[in-house]
Design a protein around this ligand. Structure first.
Ligand SMILES: [Zn+2]
Length: 317
């Protein structure tokens, strides 16, 4: 981009800064210690925008005995690089493992910052990124702009499986689930009892549902009810020390399911469903209106279809 020095000087004099470019986009990542050796990078509870550079997501890392495990790499190459720099400020140990919670672009497009490191996901995540990664990337370029520059899709190069994983001298339990997407990986650190729940848990922000299976998601949340942890890092929203995020996500998804089901039975059309009142208790959730509209748009047609009578097909004569 051509730069006009006099314009920059004028902007500086007026206390305005020039628009961020890819080279200078600063995510201002601050690693927050959530348990012994466990850190989270907490994103904003907003929609994607040029101002936040796509940093609407929580990522994390665990410093083990002889290496570091990264959980999700963020929305862009620049984010991944700055995540790596934030880790380097705390430890000189090498990054030995990246784990991806699921395929959504805000969680995986920083993979480029980790060449030569095993990047593992559930098989379904790799399949989705192979099929739709470029489309997801293009969408984020449109929504976020400059901060995305030079970002490319890097597929996982290793497979994560449900069960115990010992890495960098740290005992982890990987939990394979479904519901928010078709492959949701949770990471539990046995030493600190920290659960990285990915997008199965949102807190203080309306859940996103573009690839959701609501019954499966609700089943997973029910199973999480009995899960003991000291710290829960949700995919979006503040870090928790109790089950409030699980309860809030479930409450919202149940309401969404029941509301869409009820509307379909009453024969409402989509514009009418979009106008339905939101329960008071959800009004404080960030990005509520946008996420509700998105959810209605992609989930409601299936509920409408469910209410149509099935007519038995006559046998061919
Ligand atoms: Zn997601």
């Amino acid at each position: 981009m051509r730069c006009w020095p006099w314009l920059a000087a004028l902007a500086a004099a007026a206390g305005l800064s020039a628009p961020a470019s890819a080279a200078s986009f600063d995510y201002r990542l601050q690693a927050r210690k959530v348990a012994d050796g466990v850190y989270a990078l907490i994103g904003k509870i907003e929609n994607f925008s040029r101002e936040n550079g796509g940093n609407i997501v929580n990522t994390g890392f665990i410093i083990g005995v002889d290496g570091v495990i990264v959980i999700d790499t963020g929305p862009s190459k620049a984010y991944g690089e700055q995540q790596r720099a934030a880790i380097a400020q705390l430890t000189a140990k090498p990054i030995v493992q990246v784990l991806l919670t699921h395929s959504h672009p805000d969680h995986v497009l920083g993979n480029q910052a980790y060449p030569g490191v095993p990047v593992a996901s559930l098989p379904a995540t790799a399949v989705t990124l192979t099929q739709s990664g470029d489309a997801l990337l293009g969408n984020l370029y449109r929504l976020v702009g400059d901060a995305m520059r030079d970002t490319e899709v890097r597929l996982p190069n290793a497979v994560a499986a449900d069960g115990a994983l010992s890495v960098a001298g740290r005992k982890l339990r990987l939990i394979a689930a479904r519901g928010h997407s078709d492959g949701d990986l949770m990471v539990f650190d046995e030493a600190s009892h920290t659960l990285f729940a990915g997008d199965l848990v949102f807190f203080e922000r309306a859940p996103t549902t573009p690839n959701a299976d609501l019954p499966q998601w609700l089943e997973t949340l029910d199973a999480l009810d009995g899960f003991e942890f000291a710290v829960l890092v949700p995919g979006h929203g503040p870090v928790l020390h109790d089950h409030a995020g699980i309860a809030q996500t479930r409450d919202y998804l149940r309401w969404l399911r029941d509301s869409l089901q009820g509307a379909a039975r009453r024969g409402l059309d989509m514009p009418e469903v979009l106008q339905l009142p939101m329960p008071e208790r959800f009004r404080t959730l960030a990005v509520l209106k946008t996420e509700y509209e998105r959810s209605v748009t992609h989930l409601y047609p299936a509920y409408e279809l469910d209410t149509l009578p099935t007519i038995p097909r006559s046998k061919p004569k």
